[in-house]
Design a protein around this ligand. Sequence first.
Ligand code: ADP
Length: 455
Amino acid sequence: MFDKILIANRGEIALRILRAAKELGIATVAVHSTADADAMHVRLADESVCIGPPAARESYLNIPSIIAACEITGADAVHPGYGFLSENARFAEVLAHHNIGFIGPKAEHIRVMGDKIEAKRTAKRLGIPCVPGSEGGITDPEEAKRVAAEIGYPVLVKAASGGGGRGMKVARTEGDLEQALTMARTEAKAAFGDDAVYLEKYLTKPRHIEVQILGDGRGGAVHLAERDCSLQRRHQKVWEEGGSPALDAAMRAEIGGICANAMRQLSYLGAGTIEFLYEDGQFYFIEMNTRIQVEHPVTEMITGIDLVNEQIRVAAGGGLSVVQEDIRVEGHAIECRINAEHPATFRPSPGLITYFHPPGGLGVRVDSAAFQGYRIPPNYDSLIGKLIVHGRTRNECLMRLRRALDEFVVDGIDTTLPLFRTLVRNADVQNGDYDIHWLEDFLAREGLSETDPKR
Ligand code: ADP
């Protein structure tokens, strides 16, 4: 087992990792930018190192500084959390070169899954169902027309190095295609420095359903059921739940089995998420995330398994603590991402939290690094905490969530709490009757999506 873990992240996920390390009796090192000197992850870690100025590029993304922090403190492993360096294959290789463990997958798997065309090719080879589309990248408009005619309109042009929904354009007819192709390539080049794009059938009313997996890196892998993350705004997840209101136990076992089997073939190491769109009873692979995800607590609440603890164990060369037969889904869990944003304009609202009272009680979990008197710096994403609620049934979970949301007080800044108080009372949400477009349509209908001219 590792003796000392350096956490190359900040905010609630840094705390989440600290907690798992402490329970394992492993010493912890926090790194932070100058903007985060007073942050909770710095206060709770055994040691801390300042690694640079506020800009993430010069601190949380600064590989030489992080390696130096490992050497100064004698950390023998790094946990990257999510975002920042978590899906950077080169970072994993540099750590290996310095004999420092990386608590994440093998570099080759990060690299394959980071390229969407390569990821899709790999998924297909491993027996994972994919969205019909082009076999590889497309540059020639005539070839695009041929492929689009084959798969049928509408089609989606997607960037191979895409992320955060950028570089995606829908073409409803052949007349739209050339322009969609040009626009997607230009946007992809500007955002990712790579203009490779590919085509996919555009699904009109899918749900987003993702399967959590864990691999031991030696050919053993399990799945831990699914999360439904269909409630999204601008391709960003807002509300996540497990299990999906659209699946039953047999469907869960089937898609989970396909994913676990694929990971066994890869000898995948660590935690990962295989993301699908789900429409008319069919699953379509869209991408794989080779890291712990923001919404991982949903899975922890319904399975009772500590995913970060498992990540650390397998990275240190130990096996998984569970076999598939032990993993049972108990009850239902919902997570709300509480952002420091205006609930209607979604404009970021950094600043001083003058009062902070998180909810409690049976089945209520709050993962947050915020506290009364904390000043949210303007330099990073606006997630200030996650409220995760568990109940024996989905109905009990919804009742408990409504109560917990009403109890949550955050003063001094705007938060998205009022949006969740509205959502939990909405009939479609209560019935689980929503797809990936539902939330944006709802916000437009309710006049809750005033466009902020600054964004
Ligand atoms: P990114 O890496 O940019 O987030 P994804 O491939 O994960 O890109 O897609 C992001 C979102 O875009 C999905 O959650 C879904 O809402 C939408 N999307 C992606 N592919 C399709 C498709 N073929 N049809 C319809 N919507 C899609």
